[in-house]
Design a protein around this ligand. Structure first.
Ligand SMILES: [Zn+2]
Length: 324
């Protein structure tokens, strides 16, 4: 079970076990932490339903936090120090670099095409030798929203993609760690931030995927996404981009996200293509098979945190993904 703070409407929903007795009459009677600190004496109303005792608490609305935090940005690295990249699955050393710069927005190439149509811009481009290539070097990597772009010489044994493959596999455990994009510069390898550790630290894949999803959402005004590992697809609709929640009795979730409240995005997701699946309204986010499974599992786990009557909306399931 959980409680959720609908920041924009100023309401907290608390879903308690349906057999909870006595019914709580004030905030202090709720035996779990809430996503917002409230006066313990505030009166509340509990509504008995078949599958939950639901408590609705009116509270101040809050301006939503639209800052999208991206894990492992260029400035997060001290360029005087060697940064060591390891495989998240087997801890094998993958690469090292010193400095890191941020790549422009995810679809900068398309934007560049637009700008290049402007009469003044080709001159500026010509003066600077054409389009910037954002090519990593042995010591300098680039940081995208969800991946690092490294020069093959930064990698252990300079091992790049396998021949005729766009997948980068860990040389030690063979787990898939990155997927090449056709617009990447030739001398580069992508490592998915979900699949690596840097200096022994890791970032939960949910943070990486939500950063990408929220960035694309803001950039392209698209709310629906096809999460795919190129064999399987989940259709996911970002319903609420910022929803603080607290989980009760959910050890599987709180083990991964011990801080409370947990900032999440609330999604609707489904397994079969929706009837209105049209190219322009949906955007693909390609994940490695392991990350895809992890995100799918997390969505299904969070669905179970809602009472059964709140788990589905038509053919969509309600799920949460923790965000930074
Ligand atoms: Zn490995």
């Amino acid at each position: 079970m959980l409680s959720e703070y609908l920041t924009h409407v100023g309401r907290i929903n608390v879903y308690l076990d349906p057999n909870t007795t006595p019914h709580p009459k004030q905030v202090g009677d709720i035996p779990y932490s809430l996503p917002l600190v409230l006066d313990k004496n505030d009166p509340i109303v509990a509504v008995q339903r078949d599958d939950t005792l639901q408590v609705v608490i009116r509270c101040p609305p809050r301006i939503q936090n639209f800052d999208i935090k991206v894990p492992w940005k260029g400035l997060d690295f001290d360029s005087n120090l060697e940064q060591v990249v390891q495989c998240r699955y087997c801890s094998g050393k993958l690469a090292s670099f010193f400095s890191c710069r941020d790549l422009p927005s995810a679809n900068w190439q398309e934007l560049m095409d637009c700008w290049a149509c402007h009469v003044d811009f080709p001159a500026a481009l010509a003066k600077n030798g054409g389009m910037p290539s954002f090519a990593p070097t042995k010591d300098m990597s680039y940081s995208g929203i969800s991946f690092l772009l490294l020069h093959p010489n930064s990698l252990e044994n300079s091992q790049s993609y396998e021949k005729d493959s766009s997948m980068y596999h860990c040389p030690s455990c063979q787990e898939q760690l990155g997927i090449q994009d056709k617009q990447d510069v030739p001398e580069s390898v992508r490592l998915d931030k979900s699949c690596i550790m840097i200096n022994g630290n890791r970032v939960h894949p949910s943070y990486v995927v939500t950063s990408e999803l929220l960035t694309l959402r803001e950039l392209n005004a698209v709310h629906k996404f096809c999460l795919t590992d190129q064999c399987n697809t989940l259709y996911i609709w970002c319903f609420t981009p910022y929803l603080p929640v607290t989980f009760f009795n959910s050890p599987n979730i709180t083990a991964s996200f011990p801080q409370s409240p947990v900032a999440t995005i609330k999604t609707l997701y489904c397994y079969d293509p929706p009837d209105n699946l049209q190219g322009d309204d949906w955007q693909d986010i390609t994940l490695t098979p392991s990350v895809f499974l992890e995100i799918k599992h997390l969505l299904e786990l969070t669905t179970q945190s809602f009472p059964s009557s709140a788990q589905k909306f038509q053919h969509w399931y309600v799920g949460l993904l923790p965000r930074l």
